[in-house]
Write a protein that binds this ligand. Structure first.
Ligand code: MLT
Length: 411
């Protein structure tokens, strides 16, 4: 038999959202008449904006004719999309990003998962806890995590930066030398943010301690408050120490269509085993061109349409729709005396489970008594125990119904 990658044996259970889907399916099989409301995985429910649809339809038509047909495109993305990204997401904020620093891809999940492979096997990784599980699991697969400790329920070699109500979900700086720090803002799962000053502490730390920040900003479009930075590059010096990940998934309904991008500044440097300086951008480019053939032309035309005048308006109302849902959940649960966080600059509401229930018990209660699927906080890490996440991505009707059903529970 073929020997397998032993690192995979260190993975714990199944991927969080697959586990939730499994439990949901089992419940439906046993209760075929239950009317389930899914506020678990952050999957959008509105259709694609018209501007996107129109652009995609035209792009499909172009593919019908030899003169306008497109085969393989540039692996890094078409220039029309890269220029739209640079102009709207960066120049508008006074940030200079060059075309060869943007890499269009089929999703931030893939990029935040794949990025680790260009770094040393010995790199020490720090993650927020609770954390989007992809950061941890991909480092486990790569053999960087060390052993899983059954008592602490954490990996020996991963540095966990706790984010709980006690520190207002703002992690402290690592207490030992780390090489890679995954930061996610607006945060998944807590929905919380950092101010510019708070983010500057991390950038300064990374500059002083030669580490790299992997900044997942997939929920940037949901920021509503003024002092919350939209890009880590708003902080001086961040281009020397940070890679930024952005996604069209949640903003424009692309969870199924698939399109995202990653910014890898040319300033970012690493060293090889002989002490030579290497540009991280060159390595990512090498990886991207070797392992990826680019996002489809049709999809990139759709993504570029988000930046048109009508596209921007449509995205704005889409974001407003979901953030109204967030307010409905937040206010509804708070009125029941539950402690709720997030939901102001992010489409996630993070709540303390009532009566100190553990996260999975609350999941079962919500599913069996209210037929609502949410996400148990502990699935994101030990610091998430006793918390629970609901998403604002449902329909308005289901969101209102879910709050009403929760109101009727004895909590
Ligand atoms: C989530 O629910 O955390 C996200 O939808 C997962 C993802 O974007 O992969």
């Amino acid at each position: 038999m073929t020997a397998i990658n032993q690192n995979y044996m260190e993975l714990q259970g199944s991927y969080l959202f697959s586990e939730i889907a499994k439990r949901r399916t089992k419940f439906i099989q046993e209760n075929p008449n239950a009317e389930i409301i899914s506020l678990g995985i952050g999957d959008v429910t509105r259709g694609l904006p018209d501007a996107v649809l129109n652009a995609m339809h035209s792009a499909v038509d172009e593919l019908a004719q030899p003169v306008t047909f497109r085969g393989y495109g540039p692996e890094q993305g078409y220039d029309f999309l890269i220029q739209a990204i640079i102009e709207n997401d960066y120049k508008a904020l006074g940030i200079d990003i060059a075309a060869n620093e943007v890499f269009v891809s089929d999703g931030s999940k893939c990029d935040v998962g794949n990025i680790q492979e260009i770094f040393s096997q010995d790199a020490i990784v720090a993650v927020q806890d609770p954390v989007y599980p992809v950061y941890v699991d991909t480092n486990v697969m790569a053999g960087r995590s060390g052993k899983y400790n059954q008592e602490t329920k954490r990996y020996d070699n991963i540095v966990y930066l706790e984010c709980t109500a006690e520190n207002n979900f703002k992690p402290s700086l690592p207490d030992r030398k780390v090489d890679l720090i995954y930061l996610c803002y607006p945060n998944n799962p807590t929905g919380m943010t950092l101010t510019k000053e708070e983010l500057k502490v991390w950038v300064d730390y990374a500059r002083e301690n030669s580490c790299l920040i992997l900044f997942d900003s997939a929920y940037e479009a949901f920021i509503t408050e003024k002092d919350v930075p939209h890009s880590i590059y708003e902080i001086e010096g961040a281009k020397e120490v940070a890679i930024e990940f952005r996604s069209f998934s949640k903003t424009a309904g692309f969870t199924g269509v698939r399109c995202a991008y990653t910014v890898v500044p040319r300033e970012l440097k690493g060293t090889d085993a002989d002490g030579n300086t290497v540009l991280i951008n060159d390595l990512w480019n090498r990886r991207h061109t070797t392992k990826f053939n680019g996002v489809s032309y049709v999809t990139q035309r759709g993504a570029a349409a988000i930046y048109s005048t009508e596209g921007k308006e449509q995205i704005k109302s889409l974001v407003e729709y979901y953030m109204t849902n967030a307010a409905i959940i937040r206010d509804g649960l708070a009125s029941l005396g539950l402690e709720v966080f997030g939901g102001v600059n992010a489409p996630y509401i993070w709540l303390k489970t009532p009566k100190g229930m553990d996260s999975w018990s609350f999941f079962d209660k919500l599913l069996s008594e209210a037929n609502i699927v949410g996400t148990p906080g502990v699935g994101f890490g030990q610091s998430g125990q006793g918390y629970f996440r609901l998403t604002a991505f449902g329909s308005r009707e289901n969101t209102e119904k879910a709050v009403e059903r929760i109101r009727k529970l004895s909590l």
